[in-house]
Design a binder for this molecule. Sequence first.
Ligand SMILES: Cc1cc2nc3c(=O)[nH]c(=O)nc-3n(C[C@H](O)[C@H](O)[C@H](O)COP(=O)(O)OP(=O)(O)OC[C@H]3O[C@@H](n4cnc5c(N)ncnc54)[C@H](O)[C@@H]3O)c2cc1C
Length: 223
Amino acid sequence: MKPQIVRIKSIKHITHDVLQIVTTKPPHLDFTPGQAVEISINNEGWKKEKRPFTFTCLPDCDYLEFTIKTYPSHKGVTNELLHLKKNDEFILHDIFGAIAYRGEGVFIAGGAGVTPFICIFRYLQSKNKTGDNKLIFANKTIGDIIIVDELKKLLGKNFINILSDEIVAGYAHGQITEGFLRAYINDTTKNVYICGPPPMIDAVEKQSSKLGIGKNAIIKEEM
Ligand SMILES: Cc1cc2nc3c(=O)[nH]c(=O)nc-3n(C[C@H](O)[C@H](O)[C@H](O)COP(=O)(O)OP(=O)(O)OC[C@H]3O[C@@H](n4cnc5c(N)ncnc54)[C@H](O)[C@@H]3O)c2cc1C
C-alpha cells in the first residue's frame, strides 16, 4: 500500500498499559478482520520506525481503531505513543497478517495477542454469527484484561480467563497447560487460533497437537 497519513481523533488508556487510539480512515482502505498494518509516527525521528498493529475496528467503520500495549522500557514506538495527543499523525504502510476467520473454533490469546480476535469477534457479532466460538485469554493479572466487559457480553460462558500472577475467584490460575485445554479442545475441534508471545504459541501448539489437533487446523500469529 502507498503510505497514507491518518490523524488521531482520540487516544486514551483502557488498562494501565494499553492505549485505544482512534484515527481518521483513508478512503478505499480495506482489510480483513485479524489483519494488521505497519504504522510509524509522523514526527521527526520516528517516520521510519514502522511497527505492526492490528485493526480492532470493523472494516466498514468510517474510522480506524488500534488497541496497543505500551512498553516504556523499550524506548521505542509504543513508548512514544504515550506522548501523542489528538491531531498528531500516523503513517500507515503495508497491511498484512496471518490470522483470518476460517470457521468456528477455540481462540487462545496472550495479552495484546487478543487484538486480531477482538476484530474477528466484533465482526462475527455484527453478522450474528458468534456461534459457539470460545476465547481463552491469558493475562498476568485481572487489571491486564483488555475490554473485559465487552468480551463478557459478546461471549458469555465462552469467555475463559486464566491469570498467571494473581489468584482471583472465578478465574483460572497459572499457565495454560494440556490439562487446562482439555476442557475446551478435543479431536472434533475444527480450528484453533493462537496469538501471543512466541513461547506461548509454541507451548499451546504442542498441547493442542497432543489433544488431536492437526497442523492444518492451527491458525497462529506471533506478537
Ligand atoms: C502482526 C502483528 C500485529 C500486532 N498487533 C498488535 C496490536 O494490535 N497491539 C499491540 O499492542 N501489539 C501488537 N503487536 C506487537 C507490536 O508490534 C509490538 O509490541 C511493537 O512493535 C513494540 O514496539 P516498540 O517500538 O515499543 O518496541 P520494540 O520494537 O519491541 O523494541 C524497541 C527496542 O527496544 C529494545 N527492546 C526490545 N525488547 C526489550 C525488552 N524486553 N526490554 C528492554 N528493551 C527491549 C530493542 O533494542 C528494540 O529495538 C503486533 C505484532 C505483530 C507481528
